[in-house]
Design a protein around this ligand. Structure first.
Ligand code: GRF
Length: 215
């Protein structure tokens, strides 16, 4: 299955996905890494893994619609069947989401529905949460609101800062995302309407990977 990865930043999740592919654990053909930011470090990481890369910079287009059309063209020309969002910091229009319905997957650094949007680690700390984590979901037009597939919990410690907590969430993401993408690549996971199906059965709740309890 051919897959494109869209990113705006460091690309540590791209590295985790590409490492799983290279190790033979994830049956995806990573046919494109696309960024809206030319300087995104993730593009260099993609090149190290032999992935074709492209930048679709916002400033090169008259408006959001034209930018999105160029993104879609690059995805389609690469022959991607699956579109993996890995730190892509732009919000898609409803028509873009509809075009890739059921094959557009995102990773979000919180236990959704808690903390959609930005600064999730800061917000979890400010709320005094003991449990934080990360979520993988199908993308719909609602920001970080699409049907949830799986979540990994991360324990919050008394001394955590947004940086230490964020680093722990990233480590959980690097395990969770390749696992979930593997379900999709093997046909075990799909979206039927608004319902997530795993192994042919509707998921009543997202698959939850529990936190290790700190000692
Ligand atoms: C991840 O924390 C992901 O949850 C969020 O963006 C971050 C991307 O990190 N959507 P990286 O660029 O993969 O290191």
């Amino acid at each position: 299955m051919r897959a494109a990865i869209l990113l705006s930043g460091t690309g540590s999740n791209l590295v985790a996905i590409a490492t799983s592919v290279r190790a033979g654990r994830l049956p995806l053909d990573l046919c494109l890494a696309l960024s809206d930011r030319p300087a995104a470090a993730g593009l260099a990481r993609a090149t190290e893994f032999g992935m074709p890369t492209c930048t679709v910079a916002v400033r090169d287009f008259a408006d959001r619609e034209a930018h999105e059309a160029a993104v879609a063209r690059a995805i389609d020309e690469a022959g991607a069947e699956l579109v993996i969002l890995a730190g892509y910091l732009r919000i898609f229009s409803a028509s873009f989401v509809a075009r890739y319905a059921g094959r557009l997957i995102n990773l979000h650094p919180s236990l959704l529905p808690a903390y959609p949007g930005l600064h999730t680690h800061e917000r979890a700390l400010a709320a005094g949460d003991r449990l934080h984590g990360t979520s993988v979901h199908f993308v719909t037009a609602e920001l970080d609101g699409g049907p949830l597939i799986a979540q990994a919990e991360v324990a919050v410690t008394a001394t955590d800062t947004a940086d230490t907590l964020g680093a722990r969430v990233r480590r959980a993401e690097h395990r969770l995302y390749p696992t979930v993408l593997g379900w999709y690549a093997t046909g075990a996971l799909r979206l039927r309407g608004e319902t997530v199906e795993l192994d042919g059965l509707p998921l009543a709740a997202p698959v939850r990977f529990r936190a290790e309890i700190p000692t």
